[in-house]
Write a protein that binds this ligand. Structure first.
Ligand SMILES: [Mn+2]
Length: 262
């Protein structure tokens, strides 16, 4: 429920003419034997978000406001399909304290939010995986610092590029330049930020990124690369007062992202 409060708080500061609301099922949903908690609801969310994104013009750059990271399945697939149509090479930058690389078999929680990047790479429950999958060599993890065992094992044999929290800043451009992306998708889980600067997330992790460094990194990612899409996820304020305090950094992040849409 806090994630709903968070999304509503952000919506209050967005221009209504440029905002589309995607209703999600209110029921908890069922795992239907997949090992993914709330699978049936997640499948509906994916479908509804994909449909809302299909209504946009090819030149529109959607910024999806979560919700948890699970929204990224439809959001990144949409950006990837657009980049393919444009003949552009798309890179995905995952600003997140967690890599979200579990499968139903490795996940300690069965929460899809911790599996969504792996699902985008093609591994996961039928009906909740990207087809075609992303190329792992076109994925950059930025600010990741909390890995489950299965995720660490997967990363050890994956070409995914990793940038530590200390490396998230204007220097991200130097990491991205040799990778040759024409366009980028920017995933921003707010828990990439340091808890001292931002508290309103369900699973805060110490030693995170300063807001100023994150906005500098977004600017660097968008220097010479088109923004194909973005998302801001995991805003879960414990109270309306706390939501008000956390809105300032969120608006700075949104502003850095939308600078790439102009
Ligand atoms: Mn996270």
């Amino acid at each position: 429920m806090r994630l709903i409060d968070g999304a509503e708080a952000i919506r209050g500061d967005l221009p209504s003419a440029a905002t589309v609301t995607v209703d999600i099922p209110l029921g908890a949903g069922d795992a239907v034997g997949t090992g993914v908690h709330r699978y049936s609801s997640l499948a509906v969310v994916r479908e509804r978000l994909a449909e809302a994104l299909r209504q946009l013009a090819d030149t529109d750059v959607p910024i999806v406001i979560g919700g948890d990271c699970g929204v990224e399945l439809a959001a990144v697939e949409h950006a990837f399909a657009g980049a393919r149509r444009r003949g552009a090479r798309l890179g995905t930058v995952w600003f997140d304290a967690h890599p979200d690389l579990n499968t139903p078999a490795t996940s300690p929680s069965a929460a899809f939010s911790g599996m969504v990047l792996r699902a985008l790479l093609g591994d996961g429950a039928d009906g909740l995986v990207a087809d075609p999958p992303l190329d792992p060599a076109a994925v950059v993890l930025a600010g990741t610092r909390s890995l489950d065992d299965g995720e660490a094992e997967y990363l050890a044999r994956s070409p995914i590029v990793r940038v530590d929290a200390d490396g998230v800043g204007a220097g991200l451009g130097a990491v991205l330049d040799p990778l040759g992306f024409d366009e980028v998708y920017l995933h921003v889980d707010l828990d990439v930020l340091d808890p001292a600067e931002f508290g309103g997330v369900p699973d805060p992790q110490p030693f995170g990124v300063a807001t100023a460094d994150l906005t500098a990194a977004i600017g660097a990612a968008l220097a010479g690369r088109r923004l194909a899409g973005a998302a801001i996820t995991m805003f879960a304020p414990p109270s309306p007062e706390a939501a008000g305090e956390d809105l300032a950094p969120i608006l700075r992040i949104l502003s850095a992202l939308t600078a790439g849409t102009r």
